[in-house]
Design a protein around this ligand. Structure first.
Ligand code: MG
Length: 296
């Protein structure tokens, strides 16, 4: 039973909580009712290919519809992306980091640097029709304000960034990490509470299955808690952050069930390495994700 025996039993159907062999009519009913769609994305650096066009060709051939570039220098790449994406089925999904400074720094000039550079990236993200800019408030090695002060100041900053993002038709997205990297924000529910407290519809959150392996007591609980604030997902193998399927028993069913339950409309994006040849491991990961999405 372990951690999958959990809440939402009545809504999801008890049988739906167990993979494959004992699915029930309740799970079929859920599948029918959900408005969720599976939209696969890959970080630019993860896709196979030397040039942007080679990467897009590879992704398109493997059923991806999203590309997640880094935020560094994004303003200078708007034309490059617009040209490369013309007449393709791929769009820009989220933008990952690439800003200077960090938002909960002890030093106010570092906080300002973060605000200014995030706004620059948000403008470019909006021009590219992106879901949002992924942001971590601070990593463990970055000297930050005490927690309660950090949270209060972050909420104010989030409001400002969220309203700015809205004007540019995009969002700022909080990413919880695992405790070894960023103790300040580890749980999807906490990120969603911050988004809620910001009072801006331009603030969202994202989930990363690999970090969630170490921090969340339940993928399902985490995703349902994030609910309407959840605007992006990262995926990797559960133990070593390789391609989904490269670790034994890689399982995303609980999370996928929850994504279906909340009618998730955004991307699931590869953020991982690979021990194998990506010509093989990426198509294998796509197959595994599609199979588990169907089962969920
Ligand atoms: Mg991530």
């Amino acid at each position: 039973m372990e951690r999958r025996s959990f809440i939402g039993l009545s809504a999801l159907g008890t049988g739906a909580l167990f993979a494959g062999s004992c699915r029930t009519s309740e799970s079929k009913e859920l599948q029918k009712e959900t408005k969720a769609v599976l939209k696969l994305s890959s970080q630019e650096g993860v896709a196979l290919g030397e040039t942007l066009n080679e990467k897009l060709d590879f992704l398109e051939a493997n059923g991806f519809t999203g590309l997640e570039p880094g935020g560094r220098g994004l303003a200078d790449r708007i034309n490059e992306f617009q040209d490369a994406l013309r007449n393709r089925s791929i769009q820009i999904s989220a933008i990952v980091a690439g800003f200077d400074g960090y938002l909960i720094a002890q030093d106010s000039s570092i906080r300002q640097q973060a605000m200014d550079s995030m706004k620059q990236i948000l403008e470019a993200a909006g021009a590219l029709g992106s879901t949002g800019l992924i942001m971590v408030p601070a990593f463990n090695h970055q000297t930050s304000l005490p927690h309660h002060e950090s949270r209060a100041i972050l909420i104010e900053q989030l409001h400002e960034l969220g309203e700015f993002a809205l004007k540019h038709n995009t969002r700022i997205l909080l990413e919880p990490l695992n405790r070894r990297e960023a103790y300040f924000l580890r749980l999807l529910a906490d990120a969603a509470a911050m988004a809620k407290d910001s009072g801006s519809d331009g603030v969202g959150v994202m989930g990363d299955f690999w970090h969630m392996t170490w921090e969340e007591t339940s993928d399902m609980g985490a995703i349902i808690s994030a609910g309407k604030y959840l605007q992006h997902m990262h995926i990797a193998s559960r133990e070593r952050r390789k391609m989904p399927g490269e670790d034994a028993n890689d399982n995303y069913l609980d999370g996928f069930k929850a994504l279906k339950y909340i009618d998730y409309q955004n991307y699931i994006s590869l953020e991982c390495g690979s021990d194998g040849e990506r010509t093989e491991t990426i198509p294998a990961a796509v197959k595994l994700i599609k199979e588990q999405w169907e089962l969920a």
